[in-house]
Structures are given as C-alpha cells and as structure tokens.
Design a protein around this ligand. Structure first.
Ligand code: ARG
Length: 456
C-alpha cells in the first residue's frame, strides 16, 4: 500500500519495521483530540486565506464525518498507516478526495501529535480532579460521622496517643487536596499550544498560531518551535503527580488492609468490595486495597520510563518520543480505576467504633497527658517525662494500665498527683485536650471539617 510519505522511496517498508514502528494500536485513543486539533487548524487556514473558505469547509465537514464513523466503530485502523494521524488523513481522503491533502498545509505530525497529547491530558487531568473530589467527599462523610470515635494513633506502628477517627481520615483528605492543587497548577503548562510549530522550525505559510490556540482553548502558544515539538515535560509532570496520588492511595489502602485484619478489627469492608478464597471457606480478603497498593509500581514505572526516554534526547522530534504514550495512557487508566473504586469502598465500610474505643483502654497512650499534668503543675516537662516513664514501667510489671493504679500509687512517684489525674487519663479527655489548631479535639475537628467541606 502506498505511504503518505512514499514519494522519496523506491521500496516497500519491511513488514517487521511497519509493525514495530506503528503506534496505531495504542494512539487510536487520541482520535477525538486529533480531529479536534485538525478542525482548529483548518479553520485557521481558511481564515488566513491559506486555503479557500470552500476548501476549509469541505475539510471540516469531512473531519466531522470521519469522527462520527470512528465513534460508531465503523472504521478500521490499519498498521500500514502507522499512526492515528495518518489513519485519519487516509479516512478523510476516502471521504472527500484529494482536497483532504490540503489539511496538512503548514503543519507536521510533530506539532500535531504534541497538540493531541496536550488536549488529551487536559481532559484527563480535569476528570481526575473530579474523581479526587469524590474520594474527598467520601472521606468527609465518614469523618463527619466519626468525630467522637476514638482509636489509637500510632508512631512507629506503636500506640502513641489516641486520636479521632475523623482526624485520621481527614489527614488523607488534605493529601488529596494538595494533589488536586498540583493537577490544577499543571494545567497552566498543559495549556500551551504547540500547533503551528511545524516539524521543528515553524512554517512558510502565513498562519495564525494565536487563533488556533484560542480555538482549542489554550492559554498561550509555545514561543519556541523546537521546544513546542519536543517538550514532554507536561507529561512527566502528570506522571509525577499521578505517582504521588497513587502513593497516597497506597498508604490509605495499607491502613484499610491492617484495620480489617483479625488483629485490628477496626473496620469491615463491604462484602461487595472483597473477595473469597478458592480453598479457605472462611476467607474475606481485602483484594481491592491490596491491588491499589500494588498499582503504585506501574505508575512509578510509567514515570521513570518517560524520564529515561527524555534523558539525553537531542532536539527536536525523535521517534523515541512515540514512547511517551503508553505510559501516560496506563497511568490515566490506572488512576481512573483506582479513584472510582476508592470512593464507594470508603463510603460503604463499617467502622467498628467499639473495638477502636476498647483498644485505647488497653494501652499506655494516655501517658503523655499525665506528663503534661505534672508539667502544668510546675514540674519541668523533662522531669515529668522521667516520672511517668517509671510509672508506666511499674504498671507494666503489675500487668495493669494507668487507669488501674490507685492515687496512693501515683503519689509514691510524685506528691503533685491528686485525684483529678484519673479524669485526665480518660481517653475521651485525652483526645479532647488536644485543642491546639489542627489537633484532634472534637472542636478542632469540627473547624477542620468545615474547612474541608469548603474545598469540595
Ligand atoms: N506516531 C508518532 C508519535 O507518536 C507521530 C509523530 C511522527 N512524526 C515523525 N516525524 N515520524 O510520535
């Protein structure tokens, strides 16, 4: 079959070369964006008088028909035509004849493909922002129902101080909030238009790049044509933000796996989000959070893959750049799936408040509070810390918790102890006492929740 670029060639392309270098198997995902870019380009060519209005109109109508046929699944993409750009040009030619050949005036596949990627990533970035909001909404709703739910807070995975479950969930809310912010900021750079940069050096035709940018709703045009066709920073940026998002998802997933274990029993995931074992009848496995945790590897791989492609690549376009696509598509699909599962899984999980409450009565996570108690009564905190350390050691030897000790026992360690120490030691009071801004007291959490809701 004759190639769109066949003029200079005397031989057919080797079949293996054709198969190996073609990108149509994956870049057909860009069909809509490719037509969108072409529509803007041809409109501008018509307005600038590079093409006649009649030609531009004919090409526009043809492109719209081609897109409709693609969307209805009525066309077959062929490896012989290498990529989505040339497949669409071939389909356009079949539709409207030789005038289709005028579409490529003043442009190259190099600025064309870069434009497609910008358009694609802009749409996907907005979708992911929306999905993040849904996850945040699920977190806020669970948090609102669990302001007074106490569970152990951990450092080093050792019981540290009791916290509210709402507080714990909202910590993830803010991670996702920053992720949204990063995506939003990245749109500034995604919204640069490469179209009209030509193959690398610009074009001899009197085109209007600003007009194309306006038609495609880009904020500005790349000021340098070499940079326009070889820049993939915006994809690296997306992949690094995606890596951070999946990292946050993975940390949360790890907690869901731990909390739903027999050892913790802090939550139960809904049956519809768990799977069973083919051999052990009793099993209910948290496959979804496990898999979300496991998906980090793919997205990190996508990021490292693209950085490696770009490293050491001379200007301007090189075929290596075709390797920018599969990782990006993979990261988009992986994140999309992860976020769509995460929101309903969070919304439907059962919080075992009694088990959480019981856990904080069986540890020494109230120890800081009586160190603070002595410090408030004037003992230097460092000394108070030492005294409480000895009390904790004493209680552990007796097989008791701090609330089990008598006032006499406390007084043996320091004369400043009085009967109100038992009040201070109550888990609810321990939690409520952390009234500093951003702390875990219910009043602080209510403020935090209001702020969180204002971001949705
Ligand atoms: N399929 C190519 C890619 O994705 C399109 C650009 C081809 N340009 C070229 N000069 N061969 O990178």
């Amino acid at each position: 079959m004759s190639k769109l670029w066949g003029g200079r060639f005397t031989k057919e392309t080797n079949k293996l070369v054709e198969l190996y270098t073609a990108s149509i198997d994956f870049d057909q995902l860009l069909a809509k964006e490719d037509v969108q870019g072409s529509l803007a380009h041809v409109k501008m060519l018509g307005e600038c008088g590079v093409l006649t209005t009649a030609e531009a109109d004919q090409i526009e109508a043809g492109l719209k028909t081609v897109l409709e046929k693609i969307e209805k699944g009525e066309v077959e993409f062929l490896v012989e035509h290498e990529d989505i750009h040339m497949n669409i040009e071939k389909l356009l030619t079949d539709e409207i004849g030789p005038v289709a050949g005028k579409l490529h005036t003043g442009r190259s596949r190099n600025d064309q493909v870069a434009t497609d990627m910008h358009l694609y990533l802009r749409a996907k970035t907005k979708e992911i922002i929306h999905l993040l909001v849904q996850v945040q909404t699920a977190l806020v709703e669970q948090a609102a129902n669990n302001i007074d739910t106490i569970l152990p807070g951990y450092t080093h995975l050792q019981r540290a101080q009791p916290v509210s479950f709402a507080h714990h969930l909202l910590a993830y809310f803010w991670m996702f909030e920053r992720d949204k912010d990063r995506l939003q900021d990245s749109l500034k750079r995604i919204n640069w238009s490469p179209l009209g940069a030509g193959a690398l050096a610009g074009t001899t035709f009197p085109i209007d790049r600003e007009r194309v940018a306006e038609l495609l709703k880009f904020d500005t045009v790349y000021p340098n044509s070499l940079d326009a066709v070889s820049d993939r920073d915006f994809i690296v940026e997306f992949l690094s933000i995606a890596s951070l998002i999946i990292t946050h998802i993975s940390r949360l997933s790890e907690e869901l796996v731990l909390w739903s274990s027999q050892e913790f029993q802090f939550i139960e995931l809904d049956d519809s989000f768990c799977t069973g074992s083919s051999i052990m009848p009793q099993k209910k496995n948290p496959d979804v959070p496990e898999l979300l945790r496991g998906k980090t590897g793919r997205i990190f791989g996508d990021l490292i893959g693209l950085l490696t492609v770009l490293k050491g690549l001379p200007l301007a376009y090189n075929k290596d750049l075709q390797e920018d696509k599969e990782g990006m598509f993979d990261a988009v699909a992986t994140l999309d799936g992860a976020l769509k599962l995460l929101s309903p899984m969070l919304a439907t999980m059962t919080v075992k408040t009694e088990n959480m409450r019981q856990a904080v009565t069986q540890d020494y996570s109230n120890a800081t509070d009586i160190a603070d108690y002595l410090a408030t009564k004037g003992l230097p905190f460092r000394q108070a810390h030492e005294v409480i350390g000895k009390i904790v050691f004493y209680a552990i030897q007796k097989g008791q918790y701090l609330l089990d000790l008598s006032l006499e026992e406390f007084k043996q360690f320091h004369e400043l102890f009085e009967a109100d120490v038992f009040n201070v030691l109550q888990p609810e009071n321990v939690m409520a006492a952390r009234k500093s801004y951003g702390g875990t007291s219910p009043e602080q959490i209510k403020q935090q929740l209001a702020l969180a809701k204002s971001k949705l």
